[in-house]
Design a protein around this ligand. Structure first.
Ligand code: SF4
Length: 735
């Protein structure tokens, strides 16, 4: 046993053969799954995957398993994970990228597994701090409610939360069954740096700590990649065995939706300072809300004026410090932040990059700190003043003055240290980046809000040092990882392309690899159309060619389609072109950006003849089984934007090493994305439909083959666009 061990009454050592045998018995006809699942059919791919996962856990090594849609991959890793954990006493972490998959595991697969396996399998779910209600903060807010600090909506929400507390099970936000604003939740949720821990009077009933206690007892812990990598980022700084980590100790990890790991690791092993983040942080102290002042300082001011629970003279002195010193400091900081971020955003907007620009000295980078030396100095100085002000003010709120002040003091202290972190980050980023890092500024969202960001250019080495060498086994699985049946690309990107000897870690042997094809019959279920006469995207008339073709395809399919884009600008152009003719044909067009993603999907499923125009977030994680989705149009091969600072730095790195960045990086990344878009169509054995790819490069460029060879074999039509419309109609008429 090792770092992830738990107390088990009796731990039995199994041979690999015995473990594989147990796995087989669970999946075999007449076995526990088939007894509980009506219409169960043995799937050789599912069993192969389960045995591969079992072997990786038993032998202590990495494994890459691509499992095509319909393999049943969740059970294929949960079964061996449960068996392995029960017999070895080792805890297994299962991590997913999306909430959808996490919910499927929690609400469907895990309860099913617990009901069919004849063993006491303990499974826990851990979410981040802010997903749980903090009883202490909630109780403290009750005081302000009595003092009339809340408007009627907030008072209603707090009253509803109070009733909910009597019936909730885990105290997590996902259990809240009434409308609740983010703003109110942020006032009552648990926060690591506010928590009083053993000094908290609610520690025994605390929801967050309750879940953590359960997690320490669990065989399997389900988390999402963001929480796992937050935990790994803490362990990277404080040592892998630190007690300050988010998760209990572990050495066995299964990563589903593993094609996201490089991006998640890049984000979590990097840093970010955004205008929105700073505004929220300062707003926690004081803000204007619906014409009224709100925030922590305002609450403290109200308490000092009405029910200070401390001698009058002291309350007056603290109040004077707050209004005469702290509030003006805060206002100066807000003004300095606003000027700094506005000017920095302007610099990026006027640079060649438009949305994301590297910071000097990266080649082509903007000289942000030079140009904005006055603004950044003022901003840093105002942050430092405010930190100092909060530090001295916090000391005035002595816990000796009464219990109610302790949580307020903790909140002031937490905000002070967040300001310190922000200032340190700003100072760090105003220096020259280490050679393996890139710094950049990025405008995001509709309003183009600025974030300053830093990230490692390559995460492979960071993952080896900070993650794999501490893990006994790591299983990577996804429906979209292999390029032309090879894992070479993802292994290289994730730092598992060579063997490095670290005793007792998953790095000592080459990873196991399996590409498990989907059990679906794609030749019968999918017609793949590639028109031969749409201009390549680099030509000016590509947009007009595409618009007319997309419209004709949508009329031929009577809607029931996703039209997927790689840029919002092109989406708008084609959407506007199609909107009226589609309406004339009685087809409703839904467009990303007009409503929340979940609402658009709900509408699309409900209005079964509609069309949805979407960009990146619709290329994956969207499940619309049945005829409501009968056609997916991929307008362009989904190459990344090559001048994004991270992508550009990676390209430069590869070129400097004498490698072909396009073949080694850009094409494989696009193939993985392409497979995700392709995978939207067929979700069940009974699904049937058409995939249309409107990018002539698929046929004209040598790399087009890599795209074709990475998807299942389908019935294919490669003809001038007008000649594809008849086959599309006929194909759909067959369903
Ligand atoms: S232990 Fe921390 S999170 Fe839990 S109720 Fe107390 S202060 Fe809140």
């Amino acid at each position: 046993m090792n770092g992830g061990e738990r107390e088990k009454g009796e731990v039995k050592r199994l041979t690999l053969g015995e473990l594989e045998n147990l796995v087989e018995k669970v999946f075999e006809r007449g076995g526990p799954i088939s007894q509980h699942l009506e219409g169960y059919e043995e799937r050789p791919g599912q069993l192969l995957m389960a045995k591969t996962v079992a072997r990786a856990l038993w032998e202590g090594r990495a494994a890459f398993v691509e499992a095509g849609t319909g393999t049943g991959k969740s059970l294929a890793y949960l079964v061996p994970a449960g068996l392995w954990s029960s017999f070895s006493g080792e805890r297994v972490i299962v991590s997913t990228n999306t909430i959808n998959l996490q919910e499927q595991l929690i609400n469907k697969d895990v309860p099913f597994l617990q009901s069919v396996l004849d063993m006491d399998l303990k499974v826990a779910v851990i979410m981040g701090w802010s997903n749980y209600l903090c009883l202490y903060r909630f109780q403290a807010l009750g005081q302000y409610r009595q003092l009339g600090f809340w408007d009627s909506r907030e008072a209603e929400e707090l009253a509803a939360l109070e009733q909910w507390l009597a019936r909730c099970r885990t105290g997590s936000r996902s259990e809240v069954d009434f409308p609740l604003s983010d703003e109110t939740w942020w006032e009552v949720c648990a926060e690591s740096d506010v928590c009083l821990r053993h000094r908290c009077p609610f520690i025994n009933e605390c929801f967050y700590y309750g879940e953590r206690r359960q997690a320490f007892e669990a065989d399997i812990i389900i988390v999402n990649h963001h929480l796992l990598f937050s935990d790994l980022a803490v362990r990277r700084v404080m040592g892998f065995d630190t007690k300050r980590s988010v998760l209990p100790p572990y050495r066995y990890v299964i990563l589903d939706e593993a094609h996201h790991i490089e991006d998640v690791a890049t984000e979590h092993f990097g840093f970010s300072l955004s205008k929105i983040g700073i505004s929220r942080l300062l707003g926690r102290l004081q803000r204007r809300k619906r014409g009224k002042t709100a925030g922590l300082l305002h609450q403290i001011q109200g308490l000092l004026e009405t029910a200070p629970g401390m001698p009058e003279s002291k309350a007056q002195a603290v109040l004077a410090e707050l209004t005469d010193e702290l509030v003006p400091m805060l206002e100066r900081c807000e003004a300095a932040a606003s000027i700094f971020f506005a000017r920095a955003a302007e610099l990026i907007r006027t640079s060649a990059a438009e949305r994301a620009a590297p910071l000097w000295p990266t080649p082509g980078g903007i000289r942000l700190w030079e140009v904005l030396s006055d603004e950044s100095r003022d901003f840093l100085a105002s942050l430092e003043d405010l930190e100092r002000g909060l530090n001295s003010f916090k000391d005035r709120l002595s816990p000796a003055e009464g219990e109610g002040w302790e949580i307020l003091r903790a909140e002031v202290g937490a905000l002070e240290s967040r300001l310190t972190q922000s200032r340190a980050l700003l100072e760090f980023m105003s220096g020259e980046p280490p050679p393996d890092y890139v710094y950049w500024g990025e405008l995001s969202g509709r309003r183009g809000e600025l974030s300053l960001r830093a990230a490692p250019i390559e995460v492979a080495e960071v993952l080896q040092e900070a993650v794999y060498r501490h893990l006994a086994a790591a299983v990577f699985t996804s429906a979209t990882m292999a390029i032309d049946h090879s894992f070479q690309h993802i292994r290289r990107r994730l730092g598992l392309d060579s063997i490095t000897i670290f005793p007792d870690s998953c790095l000592g042997q080459p990873p196991l690899e399996e590409v498990i094809p989907s059990p679906f019959d794609y030749r019968r279920q999918v017609l793949l159309c590639v028109p031969t006469d749409i201009a390549e995207p680099r030509y000016g008339f590509y947009g007009s060619d595409l618009a007319e073709y997309v419209l004709q395809v949508l009329l031929a399919t009577s809607g029931r389609a996703f039209v997927l884009f790689t840029s919002y600008r092109l989406l708008q152009e084609i959407y506007q072109y199609c909107l009226l003719p589609l309406a004339d044909a009685g087809i409703r067009a839904l467009c990303q950006g007009t409503a929340a993603r979940s609402l658009l999907l709900e509408e699309f499923r409900r209005d079964t003849g509609s069309v949805l125009f979407g960009t990146s977030s619709f290329w994956e994680g969207v499940d619309v089984p049945g005829s409501a989705l009968s056609c997916v149009i991929l307008t362009k091969l989904p190459f990344q934007v090559p001048d994004h600072p991270v992508v550009a730095s990676r390209i430069r790195r590869l070129e400097e090493a004498g490698r072909n960045s396009f073949a080694e990086y850009m094409v494989p990344q696009a193939v993985i994305r392409f497979k995700q878009g392709f995978g939207r169509l067929i979700r069940r054995a009974s699904d049937h439909g058409v995939i249309v790819v409107c990018d002539a490069r698929l046929l004209s460029k040598p790399y087009g083959e890599a795209f074709f060879r990475s998807i299942p074999e389908c019935t294919t039509v490669i003809e001038p666009w007008r000649e594809t419309l008849g086959p599309i109609r006929e194909w759909l008429a067959r369903s």
